[in-house]
Ligand binder design. Structure first.
Ligand code: ATR
Length: 280
């Protein structure tokens, strides 16, 4: 049987995962297909059972199923367990095993611009949702000097800090306090949906207090240059756009399924072309 891969989420219509994975399958000479499946929350259990019955080789999981899906899988790998969410599933000897490649995907894109080890850097995260958890947990393992979290709902930032087993000096801060203290941070990572199309004028706060050497990352990839990244560029700061994280998680998922490392630059160019923009 030709291998079939997919994405489950709700909605999935605008996802670019089918574009990049189908291109990667073709480049790898694999006669398979990747398809986006829109699955309502109430249908999740049935969908997983159906995918197993059909012999789907692997699939990605996106909003709103990343946490709920865990109860329907046969095994969860340690990283996904620690992150508390699954974004990739692989069929292994008839069993569905859950993985999470989001944190690694982000880290890969960040490392491309850093010239110091993570242990020498102070981080600030904006947001405390699922994406923030993956990034915080992944980077915390490398023992950064400090990793503060700012969020509209401060309790969620506190919960995220408390729930991570890695002990990194971390404080939960209101947005206005983080904005005032921006010069303390080497890396600023934005993980909320502020500034995402169509609300492109949104930005979490001003970067006026950031230090000259700060790196500013935004996981939003539509638009590629968010208002936050545009301000960072204007101030002469280094930036990391959301395309890198998106493509990074996809590349790790593709490796898990096929054992083949895809051409990440080709994946990036497909996304950029579809978005009709230029990368930062
Ligand atoms: P994801 O899985 O993509 O991270 P999520 O778990 O829903 O999504 O988390 C969304 C994050 O964006 C949260 O930190 C949320 O803040 P709250 O915890 O206060 O809800 C943040 N967020 C979303 N819209 C926001 C807005 N308009 N202003 C400030 N923060 C916002």
């Amino acid at each position: 049987m030709k291998p079939l891969y997919g994405l489950i989420g709700n909605p999935v219509g605008h996802s670019m995962s089918p574009d990049i994975h189908n291109a990667a399958l073709k480049d790898a000479g694999i006669d398979g297909h990747y398809h986006g499946f829109q699955v309502a929350e109430s249908d999740l259990a049935h969908a997983i059972r159906g995918m197993k019955a059909l012999g789907i080789s692997g699939f990605n999981v996106t909003v709103p199923h990343k946490v709920e899906i865990m109860q329907y899988l046969d095994k969860i790998d340690v990283t996904a367990e620690r992150l508390g969410a699954v974004n990739t599933v692989r069929l292994e000897e008839g069993q569905f095993v859950g993985y999470n490649t989001d944190g690694e995907g982000f880290l890969h894109s960040l490392l491309e611009v850093l010239d110091q080890p993570l242990s020498e850097l102070s981080f600030l995260m904006i947001g405390a949702g699922g994406a923030a958890r993956a990034i915080y947990t992944t980077i915390a393992e490398y023992g950064p000097k400090c990793f503060d979290i700012t969020n509209r709902t401060i309790e969620k930032a506190e919960t995220l800090i408390e729930s991570t087993s890695e002990k990194v000096p971390s404080s939960a801060l209101p947005l206005h306090a983080a904005e005032e203290r921006l010069r303390e941070y080497d890396v600023i990572i934005h993980t909320t949906s502020i500034g995402m199309s169509p609300n492109v004028e949104g930005t979490p706060f001003s970067l006026a207090n950031a230090k000259d050497t700060a790196v500013v990352c935004d996981i939003v990839y539509n638009p590629i240059e968010t208002k936050l990244l545009s301000e960072a560029t204007h101030l002469g700061l280094k930036t990391v756009d959301g395309v890198g994280m998106f493509v990074g998680q996809a590349a790790r998922a593709f490796e898990l399924w096929t054992g083949i490392t895809p051409d990440v630059e080709r994946m990036k160019s497909i996304v950029i072309q579809k978005l009709g923009g230029t990368p930062c």
